[in-house]
Structure formats: structure tokens, C-alpha cells
Design a protein around this ligand. Structure first.
Ligand code: C5P
Length: 402
């Protein structure tokens, strides 16, 4: 089941130019199955039309303390009563100041003063307004009052200036909300996660690689962060930004992935989840210059040599830490997985069959079987990679917290 399905979100929109981006936030949350109730300040409605907000949320839009959208004169109390989460996006300097001071002079501020549940603020404003000591003081105050923040990003602002102040990306706001609602079952743990493919150079132009996109590793990284873990993500070349909050390092070859992973492991991790599709072999003598075509000879022989095995090395030196591997096979997955489990000596091996079109490289779904070090085996139905990651993190948390 989707995490957001049926969750009740109250979205407070303040009057800043970024108010138009709240429209995307409503659409994305509704696409995920959430029920979104919009509360807009008077100035927010100068930037976005009430009708658009109403049409997109399929709910009445609330904005006035004294003219309730429904026949309820107690909007400021009732609107948040059954809310799973309140999100303020964009949050203006003005509303943050009113919240920090405990003011209640309109619907939004009164509502927020009467609410003590999970609250996420996504500020957006001009750089100097954001960096002003008054705003920063208010943010600190609100953080110590328990408000969660997703900070603005840097870039070109609507006012024509460049700097910090842009509303965070919609996916990041949604992820921060999900994190706020998640149980911190991995608090105090530091995890090493590897993800993506490796590129093994033949010459300065060409390489041997595989089709891994890093999707499974990214989902696991996000699930681990949500569960409160610190994450060191060592990943190969992929087309995605590392998840917000992970300490990440991009590498190219298996050897680089190996040295970086060992270094991170020795810095102190309580577990490793190795999802990377590491090249098993690399060219023994990569050429310094581009390999030229020889018209007289249609064949070209390459000599490869084995790469170090990160999983087997960490499992051998685990000293009680939890080491989890992945095995993508093409047919006979269970049998080959069982052999691999013995060979690698890890605590948990997650196997999937690449011949299944709904599992493996680049798909959003995966059907996996779990082989535990103690001999237990568990097959899960076809699930989204996101759900596989969520369930895996729960299984790993049990192992880590034993
Ligand atoms: O042996 P095979 O590549 O099939 O094993 C897959 C598992 O081993 C994955 O967890 C992968 O990240 C890991 N692995 C590794 N280092 C290698 C090769 C694979 O950590 N050199």
C-alpha cells in the first residue's frame, strides 16, 4: 500500500511568489492518494486563484477566520483536528515571525497556535529576508518548538537575484513530510549503502558497464534516512541526485567503489547494504590512448581480471555488524542465490530474477526473495521498489537492534 494513501494533509499556502508551486505539491500529494485540505492566507490568494486550488484539491479552500468556507465557525480548531500532517509551503518570513511570537490574528496563525501535531515548514523568500537575523532567530525558535523545516534551496530567485531562498523541490518536501511521520527504527545507526553500476575503463573513451540505474539503492537510501539512520552512499555513475541528507560519494570503477566502501566501513558503520551492480571484471591493461581499429583483423581480444569483492570482504570482517547483499540472476535465481549466500557469507541476501520483466534494472517494481544467514527464506510478492526498500529496512532494523 502507498504510504500517502488516505493520509489527511492540511496545506497552508502563504503569500509569496512561490505560492504557484503549491499547485504542484497538491497534485503530487493527491496522486499519491493523500487527502489535501488547503488553507491559504489572504495574500496567497493574490498569487493563486481560489478556484484552481479548489479544483485541484477537490475540497473547499479556507482563508478567512470570520467567513468559514463551510458552515463551521470554528475552522481554526476543526481543520487540523484529524490531520496526519500540516505542511506550510511556501512559508513566508511573516508567518514564521507570527508563529514564533505565538500570534493568532488570522485563520492560519490561529490554526497553527491551536495545533500540536506534526508540522513541516518549507520557507521561500528573498535571500536577504531568509538570512536576516530576525528570520533565522524565528526559525531557531520554531525548531526548538518542534517545527520541522525543509530549507530553501539556492538558485535564481523570482526577484532577479541569485541566492538561497527558493522553495525546496516538491519531491523533497514530500519526502521530508514522510520522514517526519516515520518511526526512527534506525536511530543511532550508520549504514554504508552502495548503488548503481561501475564503469571499467578499456581506454580513455570506452568502458565496460551494466544496465543498473541505482533505483533500488536510492529507494533503500531514502528509507534508511527516513528511519533515522546516518547513510554513507557510495555510488557509481547514475542520472539521479543523491537523496537529501545522505553523505554521498560518486565513484566510477569497482576498485574505487571498493576503497571508498572499505574506508567508510572502517570509519564505523553498524551495517552495509550493497545494492551496487559492481563489475566482476575489469580490463587487465587499460590503454592510455584510444584503441584503434585494425582493418586487417576483425577480432579484438580483451584480457580481464577479477575485481575485489566488496560484499565478501565486508562479510568476512563484519565482526557482528550486519552485511546485506543483492543478487540479480537470469533464471534459477533461488538456487544460484543459495550458492552465493554460502560463498559470500553475508547475513542477508536479497535475490531477484532479471528475466522477470517487472523486476531488475530500471523498473519501478521488484519481486524479491530474502535468504537469511540462519537459513530462513522469505518470498515477497511483486512490490514497488519503494515498498521493497521500506520492508527491507524494517527487516534490517530487527537484525541491527537485536
Ligand atoms: O557476485 P555477484 O556480483 O552476483 O554478487 C552481487 C552482490 O555482491 C551485490 O550485493 C553486489 O553489490 C556485491 N558485489 C560486491 N563487489 C563485487 C561484486 C559484487 O560488493 N565486486
Amino acid at each position: 500500500m502507498n504510504f500517502w494513501a488516505g493520509k489527511k494533509i492540511v496545506l497552508i499556502i502563504c503569500g509569496g511568489i512561490a505560492a504557484y508551486r503549491a499547485i504542484d505539491l497538491i497534485r503530487s500529494l493527491r496522486k499519491e492518494g493523500a487527502v489535501v485540505t488547503v488553507v491559504a492566507t489572504k495574500s496567497a490568494l493574490e498569487f493563486v486563484g481560489k478556484l484552481s486550488l479548489q479544483a485541484l484539491s477537490s475540497e473547499p479552500v479556507h482563508s478567512d477566520l470570520f467567513t468559514p468556507a463551510m458552515s463551521d465557525a470554528m475552522d481554526h480548531i476543526h481543520l487540523t483536528k484529524n490531520a496526519d500532517l500540516v505542511v506550510i509551503a511556501p512559508a513566508t518570513a511573516n508567518l514564521l515571525a507570527k508563529m514564533a511570537a505565538g500570534m493568532a490574528d488570522d485563520l492560519t496563525s490561529s490554526m497553527l497556535l491551536a495545533y500540536n501535531g506534526p508540522l513541516l515548514a518549507a520557507p521561500a523568500m528573498n535571500t536577504r529576508m531568509w538570512q536576516h537575523s530576525a528570520t533565522q532567530r524565528n526559525v531557531q525558535q520554531l525548531k526548538s518548538d518542534g517545527v520541522e523545516f525543509i530549507n530553501p534551496s539556492s538558485g535564481s530567485l523570482a526577484c532577479g537575484e541569485d541566492g538561497e531562498g527558493r522553495l525546496a523541490a516538491i519531491e523533497e518536501i514530500i519526502e521530508a513530510g514522510r520522514s517526519l511521520l516515520s518511526k526512527k527504527i534506525l536511530k543511532g545507526h550508520r549504514l554504508l549503502i552502495t548503488a548503481g553500476p561501475t564503469h571499467e575503463a578499456l581506454d580513455p573513451v570506452r568502458y565496460i558497464a551494466n544496465h543498473s540505474t541505482g533505483k533500488m539503492g536510492w529507494s533503500i537510501c531514502r528509507a534508511a534516512l527516513r528511519a533515522g539512520a546516518e547513510v554513507v552512499l557510495i555510488h557509481g555513475p547514475v542520472n539521479m541526485e543523491p537523496p537529501h541528507g545522505a553523505e554521498s560519494r560518486r565513484v566510477t570503477s569497482a576498485q574505487e567503489m571498493f576503497t571508498n566502501s572499505i574506508e567508510a566501513w572502517q570509519r564505523g558503520c553498524s551495517g552495509a547494504i550493497l545494492t551496487a551492480a559492481v563489475g566482476d571484471y575489469r580490463p587487465l591493461h587499460p590503454k592510455a590512448g584510444k584503441i584503434k581499429k585494425d582493418p586487417a583483423n576483425p577480432e579484438l581480444a580483451l584480457t580481464l581480471t577479477a575485481n575485489p569483492d566488496i560484499l565478501a570482504t565486508l562479510a568476512k570482517e563484519s565482526g557482528g555488524k550486519v552485511v546485506v547483499g543483492f543478487a540479480a540472476e537470469t533464471g534459477n535465481a533461488l538456487e544460484l542465490g543459495r550458492e552465493k549466500m554460502v560463498r559470500k557469507g553475508c547475513d542477508l541476501l536479497v535475490i531477484n530474477d532479471l528475466l522477470d520483466p517487472k523486476s531488475g534494472f530500471g523498473t519501478d517494481t521488484n519481486q524479491v526473495t530474502l535468504l537469511y544467514g540462519d537459513g530462513r527464506e522469505e518470498s515477497w510478492p511483486l512490490l514497488s521498489k519503494d515498498m521493497v526498500a521500506e520492508k527491507l529496512i524494517q527487516a534490517i532494523a530487527i537484525m541491527l537492534n537485536k
